[in-house]
Design a protein. Structure first.
Length: 318
């Protein structure tokens, strides 16, 4: 990086890239220009810091790039919007190999394309650690946003995706056993989340969805936000959260599959509440119900311990 320089690197990582249709002006000017067909944007931002959100001995640069886009694209999709453009700020040491940044950029672009958008611009700065900050834009496509506050008593709670695998992969890394055969799938899930974007974006206007969230901090934590903002109670059925893939991992590591499913959030699954007495859309499975009251329970009982990730809590953060 020190030898190549900022502007040569920017030109290098943007060479040959094709922008998404809503990116009207991409990298090269003072700012990007992004179309807003619906007259408004959904906008979100998130940051990844080395040794806090990823480790270079656990994840390759392409994995890190994909993860940075996925966690932002999932937030856009969780509002019912289509990802259109991403702006990426990268901080890295001066001795970072150019090949590392090339692979990082490839990961960013690959996930941006999978989500339906492109990298519209960004910034580069010298930093003692690798830091990625992503801002994502989404088009509501003429629909009203799907908020956390719309759940109603009687709703069915459903999930798209498989919560718990990323948490199991993290446990494998922490235990120093990530290379064992039974860990392959969960380690891959931790390195590169695969949000099921289409399960949300393919919903039709009359699908009966009332509330929606990205599961980034854990099912208990994120459904807790829906319960609080909607003024309802959520009860989860633990049997519906069983994932056979986690059983051999838990046996090897001494872990608890249910705890991973309830508290692990970096799979970036989607959780929603739907109108009852109608089939769930493709890609969704029922995991609980909404009733009067407040809070989230599991099989009718309160869950003991942490509900999930919180950046500054004593248990999960610093």
């Amino acid at each position: 990086m020190r030898e190549l320089g900022e502007f040569a690197l920017i030109a290098r990582i943007n060479r040959g890239r094709v922008q998404a249709p809503d990116v009207l002006v991409g990298p090269g000017d003072d700012a990007a220009v992004v179309g807003a067909p619906s007259g408004r944007f959904v906008v979100t931002t998130d940051m990844l810091v080395q040794d806090r959100h990823f480790r270079l001995d656990w994840s390759g640069p392409g994995d890190i790039g994909r993860k940075a886009i996925a966690q932002n694209a999932a937030d856009v999709v969780a509002m019912g919007a289509v990802p259109t453009a991403f702006v990426v700020a990268l901080g890295c040491p001066a001795d970072t190999p150019v090949a590392f940044v090339d692979e990082l950029a490839d990961g960013l672009w690959a996930e941006a394309r999978r989500a339906g958008g492109s990298i519209a611009g960004g910034d580069l700065v010298r930093s003692p650690l690798l830091v990625l900050s992503v801002t994502a834009f989404g088009d509501p496509a003429g629909r009203e946003p799907v908020l956390r506050s719309g759940a109603r008593p009687g709703d069915v709670v459903a999930v798209a995706g498989v919560p718990g695998r990323s948490a199991a992969g993290l446990a494998a890394f922490v235990a120093g056993r990530a290379d064992e055969p039974e860990m392959i799938d969960v380690v891959a899930a931790h390195r590169v989340p695969r949000p099921p974007y289409r399960a949300v974006l393919d919903l039709v206007a009359d699908s009966g969805i009332h509330a929606l969230t990205d599961v980034s901090d854990g099912l208990l934590a994120d459904l807790g936000h829906i319960a609080e903002l909607s003024g309802v109670a959520v009860d989860l059925d633990s049997a519906t959260l069983r994932d056979p893939l986690l059983d051999p991992v838990a046996a090897a590591l001494g872990g608890e599959p249910l705890a991973w499913a309830l508290r692990g959030g970096e799979d970036h699954a989607f959780a929603a509440t739907f109108e009852p007495n109608r089939p769930l859309p493709p890609g969704w499975r029922a995991i609980g119900s909404v009733g009067p009251g407040h809070g989230v329970t599991v099989d009718g009982a309160a869950w003991s311990g942490s509900a999930g990730w919180e950046s500054f809590s004593a248990e999960t953060g610093e």
